[in-house]
Ligand binder design. Structure first.
Ligand code: UD1
Ligand code: CA
Length: 454
């Protein structure tokens, strides 16, 4: 089974510098949802037709698809003509638009089954909507087969009254589609080659075309940003319900945003204000509140409060925040504490180490059971290059210390508070790198020449 997804159009109504199909829903480009639904329906070979800002569309896509370039963009029928050579000579092809992200694999699956059972040359997904403005209208014969599809701009007054619309998703017999593709003309209101004209052409050849009625939510096409928001709300609810039914507590679904690829374990509680997007995996029994988690893995029994974690791994029993920032390529070990106003960048933190407050850890490797005092700074940048700091196990770093990289702090050593460490510290040593304290008795009176009161 093959699929062609049309994503070459301009998307004028989005009023955007970016192509429409890369606009995101819960952190994922809308066209990726269409690709996902098609894949979920068992389609292996997907052809994505790109054109307007093709490079931008291509670079936004992570899924494995073949790209075909449509240049210039002369309509949906023209887009399929461009993909024709990449299709086999026989079998079936699904054709979908890249701007209908709410479609599900289940519906596509049912549509294909229906298409086969009825032996249609083409099956069109349709929906009954209250306001059909902008959509193609389905014109049927007395037996319920589709005679033709008429675009809104070409429709007569009678046809405009039809509330069954074309969802822009089709299953075609490839051979029969190829027979009629070349006959599509652009003799219409928009001077475009309409794919929808293939339907009437198939009928003229004596083939039958069926309608598969779907839920109107699933076929919603996104043309402007109001519809983008509407689709996002529907998708958001779908995702949240799935997690709740899987055993995750979502305290306030109105204020929680979870992307479609996020996995969450049982008995984890998600408090309001969370934005969790991309490839995220969260274990069981976690408590996440007011945080932004992007592309990261969180273990079991972790608490994350008002923090940001990006492209990093957090193991089990970890407490993060409030107000911590874990930046990409960091690994936080088991039973670690990352406290308030702590930034961790590209660093590995060993098990049971504590970084409780006001600390910057950058380009570091820290062993287990260390304690980093308040205000510890890993000085990783010399103005030109970043350098690495290595800290062993059971190291105690006093408050307000600077570790100037590259530097090695060996196991079981101590660093005195307020030190600026520029040289390696050997095992079990104490490093003090600051001026000794000096006391100047009576200094204040001398300085200000105060008279003793008699
Ligand atoms: C299309 C259908 C309409 C249907 C509606 C459902 C046609 C002629 N009309 O209208 O019957 O009700 O979808 O949402 O097909 N595209 C290309 N190349 C082009 C033009 C468009 O790849 O040259 C892509 C667009 O990027 C988009 C999709 O095709 O993803 C649909 O195009 P759009 O212009 O949105 O079609 P509609 O006017 O919505
Ligand atoms: Ca559309």
């Amino acid at each position: 089974m093959n699929a062609v997804i049309l994503a070459a159009g301009l998307g004028t109504r989005m009023k955007s510098k970016r192509p429409k199909v890369v606009h995101e829903i819960l952190g994922k480009p809308m066209v990726e949802y269409v690709i996902g639904a098609v894949k979920g329906a068992g389609v292996e070979h997907i052809i994505l037709v790109v054109g307007h800002k093709a490079e931008e569309v291509k670079s936004a896509i992570r899924s494995d698809v073949d790209f075909v370039l449509q240049q210039p963009q002369l309509g949906t029928g023209h887009a399929v003509m461009v993909a024709k050579e990449s299709l086999p000579d026989e079998g079936e092809v699904l054709v979908l638009a890249g701007d209908t992200p709410l479609i599900t694999s289940q519906t596509l699956d049912n549509m294909v089954k229906y298409h086969r059972e009825k032996g249609y040359a083409a099956t069109v997904v349709t929906a009954l909507v209250d306001d059909p403005t902008g959509y193609g209208r389905i014109v049927k014969d007395d037996g319920g087969d589709i005679v033709r599809i008429v675009e809104h701009k070409d429709a007569s007054a009678d046809e405009l009254g039809i509330c069954e619309i074309n969802a822009g998703m089709y299953c075609f017999d490839v051979k029969k589609l190829k027979e009629v593709l070349g006959s599509i003309s652009n003799d219409n209101a928009q001077k475009e080659y309409y794919l929808t004209d293939a339907i009437a052409l198939l009928r003229e050849k004596g083939y039958r075309v069926g309608a598969f009625l779907a839920d109107s939510h699933e076929v919603m096409g996104i043309n402007d940003r109001v519809q983008l928001w509407e689709a996002s709300s529907i998708m958001k609810d779908r995702v949240l319900k799935k997690h709740m039914l899987n055993g995750v507590t979502i305290v306030d679904p109105n204020n929680t945003y979870i992307g479609p690829d996020v996995k969450i374990g049982q008995d984890t509680v998600i408090y309001p204000g969370c934005v969790i997007e991309g490839e995220v995996e969260i274990g069981d029994d976690c408590y996440i509140a007011g945080s932004r988690l992007i592309d990261c893995k969180i273990g079991h029994r972790c608490n994350v409060l008002n923090s940001v974690i990006v492209s990093s791994q957090v193991k089990d029993n970890v407490n993060i925040g409030p107000f911590a920032y874990v930046r990409p390529e960091s690994v936080i070990g088991n039973n670690v504490k990352i406290g308030d106003f702590v930034e961790i960048k590209k660093s590995i933190i060993g098990d049971r180490t504590k970084v409780p407050h006001l600390t910057y850890v950058g380009d570091a490797q820290i062993g287990s059971e260390c304690n980093l005092g308040c205000g510890t700074i890993f000085v990783n940048y010399d103005g030109k290059v970043k350098h690495k700091t290595v800290v062993g196990d059971r190291v105690f770093i006093g408050c307000n210390s600077n570790l100037v990289a590259p530097v090695l702090i060996e196991d079981d050593s101590y660093i005195a508070a307020g030190s600026t460490i520029t040289d390696n510290v050997p095992k079990k040593a104490l490093a003090i790198a600051r001026e000794r304290q000096v006391i100047k008795e009576g200094w204040v009176d001398k300085k200000f020449n105060k008279q003793e009161d008699n």
